[in-house]
Structure formats: structure tokens, C-alpha cells
Write a protein that binds this ligand. Sequence first.
Ligand code: RTP
Ligand code: MG
Length: 141
Amino acid sequence: MALERTLSIVKPDAVAKNVVGEIYSRFEKNGLKVVAAKMKHLSKQEAEGFYAVHRERPFFGALVNFMISGPVMIQVLEGEGAVLKNRDLMGATNPKDAAAGTIRADFADSIDANAVHGSDSLENAAIEISYFFPATDVYAR
Ligand code: RTP
Ligand code: MG
């Protein structure tokens, strides 16, 4: 497996619940290293731009409003097969369908307030990382 980077966001619900550290611990215990991080309260424009692929979907407005409802923690994770590994740790989009022991099963409340975002492909990971971090702010470890 190749060394990859992926973009992860701890969403406003999980930041409000004070479980940023618990979620980081899961990354670290599973071979994912935090190589960039920042807390940010996204503007409407930033959230719309980030989720632009979903702009025609019926849930787009709710998604954007939720993502700007409070600060988020944004990080780049690095590790072997990081994109899929992070998606596995996150669990299914709807916490009702998320496997036991996944981040969403343990911390998410609903399909909107679902605790974390993770890039869904290596190609999207590169786009999403550059959306939030200049290359000089990502640290090889
Ligand atoms: P994310 O992008 O946030 O990591 O989530 P995901 O890949 O698991 O799900 P995606 O299909 O990319 O959808 C992005 C976010 O939109 C909300 N959503 N709502 N009501 C609905 O049917 C619905 N579908 C998606 C979720 O909050 C999801 O995380
Ligand atoms: Mg997605």
C-alpha cells in the first residue's frame, strides 16, 4: 500500500461535544499521522466551495448551514492507504448504518450532525487538502 494523505474535518457537532482529542486518538492508534491542522469557523462561501460537488443535491443547503454552525477542526492525515483507512474509521454517512466502534457510530447524532468529514478518493484528497492548506503548511513526518 502507498503512503497517502487525506483531508479530515471534525465537524461542528463533534467540536461542540469536546471529542476532538478522542477522534485524533483513533487516527493515531490506526497509523494515521496529523501532518497539518487548524481550527476554523467556515464562512458560507468557504463551506459552499468545499462541498461544491453536492451543490445540486437536495441536502446541500442543510449541509452548508450545519458546517457553518460552529468552528471545525481541519487536518491532513498521512499514512499507508490513508484515504480508505480514514473512511473505514469514520463509518457510514448515516450513523444509524455505521458499524460499531467507528467514529460516527460513537459520536454522530444524525446524517447531518455526523461528526467527521473524510476525502472519498486520492484525487479528491489532493483537491481538498489544497483548498485549506498551502503546501508549505503540510509537514512531512
Ligand atoms: P463527508 O463528505 O462529509 O465526509 O460525508 P460522506 O462522504 O460520508 O457523505 P457525502 O455523500 O459526501 O455527503 C456529504 C454530507 O452531506 C450530508 N448528507 N445528507 N440527507 C441526506 O440524504 C444526506 N446525504 C448526505 C451528510 O452530512 C454527509 O456527511
Ligand atoms: Mg463525501
